[in-house]
Design a protein around this ligand. Sequence first.
Ligand SMILES: [Zn+2]
Length: 504
Amino acid sequence: MSRRILPFISLLGLATFCSAEPATVGKQTRAWRAQHEKEILAEFADLLAIPNIAGDRPNIERNVKAIRALLEKRGIAVQVLTIDGASPIVVGDVRVPESHRTIAFYAHYDGQPVDASRWTSDPWKPVMRDGNAREVEWRAAKSIDPEWRLYARSSGDDKTPIIGMLAALDALHAAGMKPAVNLRFIFEGEEEAGSPHLADYLTKYPEQLRPTAWILCDGPVHQSRRMELSFGARGTLGLDLTTFGPVKGLHDGHYGNWVPNPIVRLTHLLDSMRDENGKILIAGFYDDVKAPTESERAALARIPDVEPALRREFQIAATEGDAKPLNDLLMLPALNVRGIESGHVGADASNTIQTEAHASIDFRLVPPETPESVKALVERHIESQGYKIVREPPDSSMRLQHPKIVKVAWGSGYPPGRTALDLPLSLEIAEIMTKAGHEPIRLPTAGGSIPMYLFQQPNNTPVIGLPIANHDDNQHAADENIRLQNLWDGIEVFACLFTHLGAD
Ligand SMILES: [Zn+2]
C-alpha cells in the first residue's frame, strides 16, 4: 500500500455518516472544486490523451492502467475484470461497513472511432476553447471560465463521469465526509462497439456486477441544459426486406403495368405497415403497450418544451404523431425506415423494371414488447398482404409458384427496459438532486436504445440514467467537447448522491 492511500482510508474510517444536507454538501463541494479546477482538468486531460477505440488493444490497456491508477491513488480497491477478446471492465469499490447496499455508478472509457480530417485539432490532444471557439491556455490562465469547453474524443461521451466521480470523492475526503452506502464504480471499455461482451461479463462476474441498483452515467443532459434522469430505454430490432420482380431487368415500355414492379411492391408493403403520421398499422402492435403510470404522466407533463426550437433547428413545419409532445411519443413503439434502395434516379435513371428492391427498417420497442413478439406480429402482417416469406433469395420454382415473395432478414435486437418513477430509490435520487439545487427533468424513457434489460436481470434491479455532458457536445462526431460547467455540476451531484443515496 502506498503512502498516498493511507490518509484517505483512515479518514474514511474516522468520519461519521454524513449528516449534512445535500445543499450543504453541494456548497462545500463547489467551494472545494473552485480551489482545485486545474488539478481536476489536468487529470482529465491526461485521461483524454489516451486513444480509446474498443478494438485498439494496446491503448485500451493504457486506459485501464490509467483508470486503475486514478482509483488506487484515492485508496479505492480495484478489480480488473477480463474476458478473452474483450476490453476489460474496471471495478472500483468504496465500502461502508455499516451499509448493506451497493450502488453501482457506470460509465464507459472507450470512445467512437474518429475521422481525424474532420477535427479542428487532434482528437487525442485535448484543447480548451472559449465561447468563440478560440483556443485558451488554461494551464496559465488566472481563472477558469465555466463556459469554456475541453475538446477531445470522449470528453463528452463518456470520460467526464469518471473524472467527475473521482473529483466528488476528493471533495468529500477534503470535507471529512464519507459515503452513505457502498459505492461501486464500473467502467466498461467497449460500449461504443455495442457492448458485445456485456452479457458474458454479467454472467461471469455476478459478485462484482450485481449491485443493488445501477446509475448509468452516459449521454447528454436535456436540451434545456437542466440535469436529467432517465428511467428507461426503448428496445430495438432491425429488419431488412427485399421484394422481387422479374429475374432480369426489363424494358418498362414493353412490360410496364404487366410485369410486377418490385419497387412499387415494396413501397406498398411499407405503407401497409406505417402511415405517414408515424402510426404503426400492423395488427396488434399496440395491444400490450403499457399506458404511462400516474407518476410517468406527471413527469412527462413537467418536461420543458424545447420543441419550437427543435423544429426551427431541423427546419420542419410540423411533426408526426398528431402533434403530441416528443416525450409522449417516445413512450410508444416506432417503425423507422432507414433506407430504400433499387434502380437509379436523376441522370442515372433508366427505363427499367428492376429485379429487386430493398428496404431497411428499425423498430423501437417499449414494454412489454420483445424482439420475438414483434417478429411474430410483423410476419403475420406481411403474410396478410399476400406475401410468401423467404429467408434466402428465391429459386425459379419458388418464383413461379408464388405471385408475391419477400425476403425477410431480421437484424439484431433486444427488449426495452424501464424503472418505475415511484420506486423509493427513484424518488430519493430526484429529491437529493433537487435539494442540492439541481432539480432533474425526469424522463420516463429515453428514445434511444441501450441494453438496460441486461443490467436489470435477473431481479429487476433498478437502473437509472444520469447523464452529465452538455447536449451540444458533438458526441460520436468531430470536435467532441465538454462544457466545463457540466463537469462542475456533475461533481456536485455525485458528491450529494454518494453521501445521501441509498442510506440504510
Ligand atoms: Zn456513451
